[in-house]
Ligand binder design. Structure first.
Ligand code: ATP
Length: 320
């Protein structure tokens, strides 16, 4: 029996995840699901955002479908998604960006870098430690090299080694692993890469980079496909897997039924591929294409469909 943990979280996560889950469970009524409440809304109500018990039950699932959580600028509050990524050791964040004539996979190191969680405030400054370890770099480099080999494409190593010493190490390890895998690779500085990916998206196949650079680069690449509402992601570890849209909780549009659910639906499609149902994932991608082409779109794509009605259009395109 496949068991899925559903974690809507905050803001538009609560609107897009039910739509995505409705589609997945229509295709796979045999999947069992259970909901886990975490996030800022829970913290506001109870003073707790996520417990050890929540983490334990997520670990029992075959996969987790996650919405988004708000992280307020409050020094007493620590990010729930970072805690989950660390606790489940979800070290690879895969962020596909696909258009008619390009197919890029951004592989973001997800466990260290500038999101190490080692930070403190002093009287007149605040410090965050950027951690790049040999082991952390090697496992993400291997993951990206395997993906590039399987796709038969170039591996681009995004870095800022000309300025940051920790990226010299990251670049070295990635070059070693790419050579070992026998794939074509190049190292590019992340700032010029961010521009070039917009100008020449067809040049790129798999891009591997450190945590915050991957976070920013994938939002930038969202420009190529119609914005943040379109981009899914997978957080993969050796034991667990969590699927979530790249976007956050978008408090500015939450509760209005305006959120584009495509990123969440595509995250659900990645979950299906992970569980071995690649054909269903392809059917979902085809349905998204045909519904958008028929003119049914949410406001961020220039349409007037609501989150829910877009989801229903996908279900009827799938014959559910
Ligand atoms: P958070 O603090 O949770 O990261 P945020 O608002 O800072 O939230 P995002 O949620 O990533 O960051 O959103 C940035 C902007 O992009 C939002 O203000 C919203 O207008 C738009 N946006 C994000 N996701 C969607 C979506 N699914 N549909 C429509 N617009 C979206």
């Amino acid at each position: 029996m496949v068991r899925i943990a559903i974690v809507p979280g905050d803001g538009i996560g609560r609107e897009v995840i039910p739509v995505a889950w409705n589609i997945i469970s229509s295709l796979h009524p045999e999947f069992e699901s259970f909901e886990v409440e975490v996030g800022y809304a829970r913290w506001q109500r109870t003073g707790i955002s996520c417990t050890d018990e929540d983490i334990s039950v997520m670990k029992e699932a075959d996969a987790i479908l996650f919405g988004a959580v708000t992280t307020p600028p409050d020094s007493c509050y620590s990010s729930v998604i970072l805690r989950i990524r660390h606790a489940l050791d979800l070290y690879a964040n895969l962020r596909p960006v696909k258009g008619d004539d390009f197919d890029i996979m951004i592989v973001r190191e997800n466990s260290e870098g500038l999101y190490s969680g080692i930070e403190w405030r002093e009287k007149d400054r605040a410090c965050t430690v950027r951690v790049v370890s040999v082991e952390g770099s090697r496992r993400i480099a291997r993951c990206a090299s395997h993906l590039a080999k399987a796709r038969g494409c170039l591996l681009t190593i995004g870095n800022k080694a000309n300025v940051i010493k920790s990226d010299v190490l990251f670049r070295e390890i990635c070059c070693e692993e790419a050579s070992r895998a026998g794939i074509p690779f190049e190292a590019c500085f992340i700032d010029s890469l961010a521009l070039d990916i917009l100008q020449h998206p067809k040049r790129y196949g798999v891009i591997v980079t450190t945590n915050i650079f991957g976070d920013i680069l994938s939002d930038v690449a969202g420009y190529l496909v119609g914005g943040l509402g379109m981009l899914p992601s997978a957080n993969i570890g050796d034991q667990h897997a969590l699927f979530e849209p790249v976007h956050g909780s978008a408090p500015d549009i939450a509760g209005q039924g305006r959120a584009n659910p495509i990123a969440a639906i595509r995250s659900g499609a990645m979950l299906l591929t992970h569980l071995g149902f690649k054909e269903d994932a392809e059917l979902i991608e085809d349905a998204i294409r045909s519904v958008c082409q028929s003119g049914i779109r949410t406001p961020d794509l220039g349409g007037s469909a609501s989150t829910g009605s877009f989801g229903e259009a996908i279900r009827s395109a799938l014959g559910c």
